[in-house]
Design a protein around this ligand. Structure first.
Ligand SMILES: [Zn+2]
Ligand SMILES: [Zn+2]
Length: 502
């Protein structure tokens, strides 16, 4: 007998199985119960690694088991082809940024890049013996798929779930794009902790000097506040101290003057202040990090921003206006030192949120973004999670904790190119929004004409929206796409809801 040569024998059987179409879902079958698997579409940014082999093989076990148990198994071959990671690989490969070339030229390059990866991955799946069904193949950048994403947006819009608003968003000043919380990475970096003087507005009794962090000089009484971000001083809104702090009864409701900017801010008591950080008295600015956003909601602080979308200081920063964040920080520290406000400077290891793509520290800025309401649905999601069977159980806890941790609605717009276009046009004059008709989708508003010629409100010119969807707008509707929602009602009835989401 010849030696077993897996390269030849496996190829032979893989070919045979493909010809026999043994993994095919039978749409005409009337007898077998349907078992449908909402396969997580594999991201098309590169070849499979061993983790994918393990993960997709687990799913494959289920599909094969159910086939053997007599089910008509719906197990699509599919790929997720949208978003930043692909743009980033293309930019790196060609050593360009997407702004260097024409928008549609860039999209084409991304698409070609993804297509090559998909071919490699399909070969890998076949070699692994995965039994996904190519007859129900989809990829999320196809017009067919994006059409369904757009229709889901339009349905939400009609139900009042979509709004456009100015809102603080995680923002990378380098990539110039808003980011989901999940896209923010945390990195340790060394920075300086600057202790600075905030003078009291009112005269103080000498007795207050017995406390730490409080002092007096020729300019008057002051409290010492430690900050890593002195460039945020212009947007300082309040100062806070822990209510259990012995100084709290003296300090709460007093007013302080913000150094350099001479703005008056009030002191509040709040349990979330760590008495061990700096002097135990902290300044709250709009908005240095996500924690600050909690303060904004709790104390209804004005959303005055000191940093703009290019990572430069805004109007309210006076003479620092227009400076880059790092430069402004240096200059503010220099000025604090030369005017006697700086008490001391220490180095500090700090955990900062950075852009997962380019590692630039993430800022919060106010940006016009599209939002999908999620907060009103928290209860419904938790209810639905109770109706599902979870394997293993702890994955349910993960979902519950995630839902409970949501603090604002979902920012669904991105200032990127390679993704599903948001199907709206806006009036250049009055900002009135014209949404695409469902029957016209798929549309690309940067190319296609709006359903009406002029703004129905003021007759102004309509401009196609250049924002695209967060890639999760596409991936999250895979159960709708798979079950033929807005494609084939008969199949929708047969397939919805799906049996398994691995
Ligand atoms: Zn970035
Ligand atoms: Zn108008």
């Amino acid at each position: 007998m010849d030696r077993y040569d897996q390269r030849q024998i496996e190829k032979k059987w893989q070919k045979k199985w493909q010809e026999m179409k043994i993994y095919r879902f039978d749409f005409n079958d009337k007898n077998k119960p349907v078992y449908s698997i909402d396969v997580p579409p594999r991201y098309a940014s590169g070849p499979l690694h061993v983790g994918h082999a393990v993960h997709y093989t687990h799913i494959d076990f289920v599909a094969r088991y159910k086939r053997m148990r007599g089910y008509n198994v719906f197990f699509p071959l599919c790929f997720d082809v949208n978003g930043i990671p692909i743009e980033e690989r293309v930019e790196r490969k060609l050593n360009i940024t997407r702004k260097d070339i024409d928008r549609h030229e860039f999209i084409k390059l991304c698409s070609e890049f993804a297509q090559k990866n998909i071919q490699t991955m399909i070969d890998q799946y076949v070699k692994l013996g995965e039994s996904m069904d190519p007859s129900i193949y989809y990829q999320t950048d196809s017009k067919d798929y994006r059409r369904v994403t757009q229709i889901s947006f339009i349905e939400h819009y009609e139900k009042g779930h979509i709004y456009k608003g100015e809102f603080p968003v995680n923002w990378c000043p380098r990539c110039m794009t808003a980011m989901a919380d999940a896209e923010v990475q945390y990195m340790e970096r060394e920075t300086s902790l600057n202790t600075i003087k905030f003078y009291f507005v009112e005269k103080q009794p000498d007795a207050i000097l017995k406390y730490h962090g409080i002092g007096r000089d020729e300019k008057g009484f002051y409290v010492e506040i430690a900050t890593t971000r002195p460039e945020m001083l212009p947007s300082c809104q309040i100062v806070a101290v822990n209510p259990l702090d012995e100084r709290a009864p003296w300090l709460v409701d007093q007013k302080l003057r913000v150094p350099i900017f001479e703005k008056e801010v009030k002191i509040v008591a709040d349990e979330s202040v760590d008495p061990g950080f700096g002097t135990g008295i902290v300044m709250i600015c709009t908005i240095g990090d996500k924690e600050d956003l909690k303060w904004v909601f709790k104390y209804k602080l004005p959303l005055e921003m000191s940093i703009d979308e290019e990572g430069r200081m805004t109007e309210i920063c006076g003479k620092y206006k227009g400076m880059k964040i790092e430069d402004a920080r240096k200059k503010v520290i220099e000025d604090l030192r030369s005017t006697g406000y700086l008490v001391k400077q220490e180095s500090l290891l700090q955990n900062v949120g950075v852009c997962w793509r380019c590692k630039t520290p993430v800022e919060f800025i106010l940006a016009k973004q599209w939002f999908l309401k999620t907060l009103p649905f928290k209860e419904k999601i938790l209810e639905a999670s109770n109706k599902m069977k979870w394997f293993p159980e702890f994955m349910k806890i993960r979902l519950v904790e995630w839902v409970n941790s949501l603090e604002w609605d979902w920012v669904i717009s991105r200032q990127r190119y390679f993704a599903t276009p948001i199907p709206v046009w806006e009036c250049e004059n009055c900002e009135h929004v014209v949404v695409a008709r469902k029957e016209d989708c798929y549309v690309d508003p940067t190319i296609d004409k709006p359903p009406v010629e002029k703004c129905p409100k003021c007759g102004g010119k309509l401009k196609g929206c250049e924002d695209v969807f967060d890639t999760w707008m596409d991936s999250s509707i895979s159960p709708l796409y798979n079950t033929f929602w807005y494609r084939d009602n008969e199949n929708f009835k047969k397939l919805y809801p799906m049996s398994l989401r691995p």
